[in-house]
Write a protein that binds this ligand. Structure first.
Ligand SMILES: Nc1nc2c(ncn2[C@@H]2O[C@H](COP(=O)(O)OP(=O)(O)OP(=O)(O)O)[C@@H](O)[C@H]2O)c(=O)[nH]1
Ligand SMILES: [Mg+2]
Ligand SMILES: [Zn+2]
Length: 291
């Protein structure tokens, strides 16, 4: 019995790396399926090994956290990658992802890639929204290498997930950070301006500077994590500090009179797009509750 970390999962096989850098191809014990526990990349596990480098996952050690999509465990930093263009950023999807990360108490850093393709005004506007919301924002380009050193610094000694839509440049950024990785990247189809899911599985890779990174396939939608209506406010960091001035305790910032959030949106201290995302998510949560 030895301990290791799941670094990759392909169909029902899990690749487990042990401290001596050995990789075992493992199957999970049947009991997991019965209990509906699915091993995830990043899981610390106890395996039973055979001389032919195969093994069985006998136990999943307690998780620090777990993201459903993509399914990963035990990360401590999320780099949320969107591109300024090709594909155009879907801010609602970005806000959804941020809410998921907040809910899981994981540190988030927003990386806006393809800075080489955007004009300065659009760029500043986007950066202002998210810096204004209290997030760390890094603008990058794998073509000009802008921001790559800064991003790399951020990853040192952490377990980081790279997540974002297909085609935004997640794998390209990781290749720029550590050229030896040689991850496959996709040509963007000019007509659709969308990515084609070049990365097909989640993989955990070690970095020379210390720490490890997870490259993941792009996602184009994100189901809401289990969040209560009254909890949603706290998933928008920039609302904090204002909500206590709403007239009603437990204000949903919807139609209530004297809502501080709404007046801060009107005075542009809170970005309208962020408030719109809040409303969309609130509606979704309320609808889910009805069933
Ligand atoms: N102009 C420009 N193109 C970039 C940049 N970064 C990546 N690309 C291009 O964008 C396309 C998609 O890059 P990938 O790294 O495969 O994107 P991905 O996010 O890994 O996509 P999936 O694996 O499908 O989720 C490729 O054609 C890259 O060459 C950048 O900074 N500037
Ligand atoms: Mg990729
Ligand atoms: Zn309010």
């Amino acid at each position: 019995m030895i301990e290791g970390i799941i670094i990759k999962g392909i169909s029902s096989f899990y690749y487990v790396k042990t401290p001596d850098n050995h990789i075992y191809e493992c199957k999970a014990r049947g009991i997991f399926r019965k209990e509906k526990i699915i091993p995830a990349v990043g899981d610390r596990v106890i395996i039973d090994t055979k001389p032919d480098d195969t093994g069985t996952i006998c136990k999943i050690l307690e998780r620090d956290n777990y993201l459903i999509r993509p399914p990963v465990a035990n990360i401590n930093l999320a780099i949320i990658v969107f591109s300024f263009t090709m594909p155009e950023p879907n801010v609602n999807l970005l806000d959804r992802f941020l809410v998921t990360i907040e809910k899981n108490d994981i540190e988030a850093c927003i990386t806006l890639n393809k800075a080489d393709l955007v004009d300065p005004q659009i760029r500043e506007k986007m950066v202002a929204i998210y810096e204004g919301a209290g997030y760390d924002v890094i603008c990058t380009s794998t073509k000009t290498e802008e921001g790559i050193a800064k991003l790399k610094e951020k990853l040192k000694d952490r377990i980081t997930i790279f997540a974002g839509p297909s085609g935004v440049g997640k794998s390209s950024l990781l290749n720029a950070i550590q050229p030896g990785l040689s991850l496959q990247t996709g040509e963007l189809s000019l007509k659709a301006e969308r990515g084609k899911h070049t990365t097909r599985h989640v993989e955990l890779m070690e970095l020379d500077i210390g720490g490890s990174v997870l490259d993941t396939p792009g996602f184009s939608s994100l189901d809401m994590v289990d969040i209560e209506e009254e909890e949603l406010t706290y998933m928008f960091p920039e609302f904090e500090g204002f909500t206590q001035n709403c007239r009603f305790k437990g204000c949903r910032h919807l139609n209530e009179p004297q809502c501080e959030i709404k007046s801060r949106v009107a005075s542009q201290e809170i970005a309208a797009s962020r408030y719109d995302s809040y409303l969309l998510l609130l509606k979704e949560i309320q609808e889910q509750r009805r069933y």
